[in-house]
Design a protein around this ligand. Structure first.
Ligand code: PLP
Length: 354
């Protein structure tokens, strides 16, 4: 840290992304990426012609892609906001609705970026503990006096709230924005997108990183009331109007055109998730019921950190968090059936060696 850094940032603990090691080839089950490649249409969209156009700025409003997303979700273009990954949207939402001493509420065990953004923007934040079984008690998020951020399904637990419970939370906080982060919604949870028509304070955030095989392209979108979307545009135009590059816009449009391919991939991932959960349970693991493309598991016979390290030695990467409450768990991204078979075999080897 230099002596020049603004002192309000000197104590900031930055977000730590999952490791992306370059030393050898791992079976990568640690950052919730899709194991399947983008569709042929998506690949074809990033072509020489599009690359030649890189000399020109992209459309700062990404109008073609915005319209396609609006049509897919049954809303208007004015209800859709695009950004460079959904983290970018979460950042704008913190900036817009809960910065500089304004209040915000999120769970103790949830997406790690919420507390980073809260600190970055100097929010007055309150952490609401999950229940003993890691579920969210919707009641505890009702009628709070500030903004709410909920990942649904939640990460890293994979547990989902019903649409009814989400609606209760949104309805009970009419004076504050409620952000529902649906990064994993395509793997079996209920989306709150249709509630946007009825509630001015709801912002639904989604991403192309998980179910649409585009983590490397950086593309996220949000759906909300026109006024909220305009707040976000104002901040975006005050930061970086060209926040989505041309190739990503082209790839994103082709991805929406080949939605069927991605729906099929989600189906496969859900099947592989249930297979993996069953196999782990047979090996004595406790596995939370997941609606995401990962599972969250622990075993009484092996420490979470130890399992993570031993799997890494055997070439399989999973995600271990050192947070006290979940330090015996690991989050395991669902890969291809072949990858998960190897994962299960390695886990069995480790348990036998133990
Ligand atoms: C992965 C993830 C994001 C971020 O996704 P990007 O679009 O890649 O920035 C946001 N929220 C949750 C809960 C996630 O797991």
């Amino acid at each position: 840290m230099s002596k020049y850094l603004d002192e309000r940032y000197s104590a900031l603990a930055a977000y730590v992304p999952g490791e992306q090691p370059q030393d050898k080839k791992y079976i990568k089950l640690n950052t919730n990426e899709s194991p399947y490649p983008p569709s042929q249409e998506t690949l074809d969209a990033v072509n020489v012609g599009e690359t030649e156009l890189l000399r020109l700025y992209p459309d700062p409003d990404g109008r073609i892609l915005t319209k396609k997303i609006a049509d897919l979700y049954g809303v208007e273009s004015k209800n859709v906001f695009l950004a460079n990954g959904s983290d970018d949207i979460l950042n704008f939402a913190f900036m817009a609705y809960c910065a500089n001493g304004r209040k915000v509420y999120f769970a103790d065990i949830t997406y790690g970026f919420y507390s980073v953004f809260a600190n970055l923007h100097n929010s007055d934040y309150t952490v609401i503990p999950l229940e003993a079984d890691f579920s969210i008690d919707a009641e505890k998020f009702c009628g709070v006096d500030g903004c709410v951020f909920i990942a649904n399904p939640n990460a890293p637990t994979g547990l989902a709230l019903s649409l009814k419970e989400i609606e209760r939370i949104v309805k009970s906080n009419p004076e504050s924005v409620v952000v529902i982060d649906e990064a994993y919604v395509d793997f079996g949870a209920e989306s709150a997108v249709n509630l946007v028509k009825n509630y001015d304070n709801l912002l639904v955030v989604q991403t192309f990183s998980k179910s649409r095989s585009m983590a490397g392209a950086r593309l996220g979108f949000a759906i909300g009331n026109e006024e909220i979307i305009n707040d976000l545009h104002k901040l975006r135009y005050s930061t970086n109007p060209y926040n989505i590059n041309r190739l990503t816009l082209a790839a994103g449009s082709a991805t929406i055109d080949s939605q069927k391919y991605y729906d099929e991939n989600c189906k496969k991932i859900i099947e592989t998730r249930e297979y993996t959960k069953n196999e782990l349970e047979k090996t004595g693991f406790f596995v939370l019921p997941s609606k995401a493309n990962f599972i969250f598991a622990s075993s009484k016979s092996i420490d979470g950190g130890e399992l993570y390290l031993k799997l890494k030695e055997k070439g399989v990467l999973i995600r271990h968090f050192t947070t006290e409450r979940i330090k015996n768990f690991n989050r395991i991204t669902i890969g291809t059936p072949e990858e998960m078979k190897i994962f299960i075999d390695k886990v069995k080897e480790i348990m036998e060696e133990n």
